[in-house]
Design a protein around this ligand. Structure first.
Ligand code: UDP
Length: 326
């Protein structure tokens, strides 16, 4: 595989920074654009003097900067987005505009230079689906438009439609992918993500805040596995024009997860059940289950997650302890 110039938008974020590490290890040249709204420079600090790494602090809607960088790239991985349940409920306008307009700008700039576009979407798109596991070909059921929580899923659906339309109409090689719960070092609990939040609480011996009765479940995929999947899709000749789930298929209830986190941190924390009404703004609906069907990406790349939840919890614990982050 020849070395490429690859732009990662949102590359200072949790997933983007791990992807930058992987592409650099593979011998590629990496450009990152990030406005540092939720991304952090610390995530990229170790790459500061890397000869094949370039960073631009800029907004994704800054077209001249995007154009200048993309004119030198063959691939763009578009991760820049408004993410995290908290942000979406607090700032719906920002969410919709960043997600939809950001992808628009990336796609039409990519068309100018014929770049392959890897377009990050989310398992939120499956909304209230009740058929498990979630398959890329499933119908989608979202809630009403007066509940801002659904704006995130809808904005990402528009991104997918738009990306696939660029493929159909202009032949631009676009690969949308839906990320399920992803976890690992550098993920912050500030935007509501359950594992860093509960692990920080456990380290401090504070109560672990489990929302509802904790019977809701998720499948957590190690970020190393996730970036391996994204890099595989970025290079495979048959990926463009298709949509892919990326996630782990091992399901765990949040109550069980809290117990595992407490064990991992050797913590004395109690587990506190927090009613949904106290945890989220009124009208918020939590998903009960979310399980990916990963047969499509497995068929194309032979990809399967390799890292267990137990292993990633240890890495998250160590990272939180060493860096003192929350
Ligand atoms: N959650 C929880 N306590 C927390 C944060 C989250 O019980 O302090 C729950 C949340 O209600 C959800 C699950 O953990 O059922 C995963 O939440 P997260 O925000 O990490 O991801 P998502 O909701 O997008 O799956």
């Amino acid at each position: 595989m020849s070395d490429r110039n690859i732009l990662i938008t949102g590359g200072a974020g949790f997933i983007g920074s791990h992807l930058a590490d992987l592409f650099l290890e593979q011998g590629h040249t990496v450009f990152v654009i990030d406005n540092l709204s939720t991304g952090r420079l610390q995530n990229l600090q170790h790459l500061n003097h890397h000869p094949r790494f370039h960073f631009a602090r800029a907004d994704i809607l800054n077209e001249p900067v995007l154009d200048r960088i993309m004119s030198q790239c063959q691939i763009v991985v578009h991760l820049a987005a408004a993410v995290g349940v908290k942000l979406i409920v607090d700032r719906p306008v920002h969410t919709i505009e960043t997600n939809v307009m950001g992808s628009e700008v990336v796609l039409h700039t990519a068309l100018r230079y014929g770049c392959r576009v890897l377009l990050a979407s989310t398992s939120e798109v499956y909304g209230k689906g009740t058929r498990f596991p979630f398959n890329e070909a499933d119908d989608v059921l979202l809630g009403p438009t007066d509940k801002s929580r659904w704006a995130y899923a809808a904005s990402k659906m528009i991104d997918e439609f738009l990306g696939l339309a660029y493929f159909q109409e202009y032949g631009l090689p676009v690969v949308p992918f839906r990320l399920f719960n992803t976890v690992g070092p550098r993920q912050t609990g500030h935007y509501g993500m359950v594992i860093p939040r509960l692990m920080s609480q456990a380290i401090r011996n504070e109560p672990l805040t489990v929302y509802g009765d904790g019977s809701q479940s998720r499948c957590f995929c190690d970020v190393q596995d996730v970036v391996g999947a994204i890099a595989g899709l970025a290079m495979h000749p048959d990926a463009p024009g298709k949509l892919f789930n990326i996630g782990n298929t091992e399901e765990i209830s949040i109550l069980e997860l809290a117990k595992m986190i407490r064990d991992t941190a050797k913590s004395k924390s109690e587990i506190r059940l927090v009613p949904y009404a106290d945890a989220y703004p009124s009208g918020f609906e939590d998903m009960q289950r979310r399980i990916p069907d990963i047969s499509r990406i497995n068929m194309l790349l032979g990809w399967n997650p390799k890292i267990s939840l137990r292993e990633v919890l240890v890495r998250v614990r160590d990272w939180l302890e060493i860096t003192g982050q929350e």
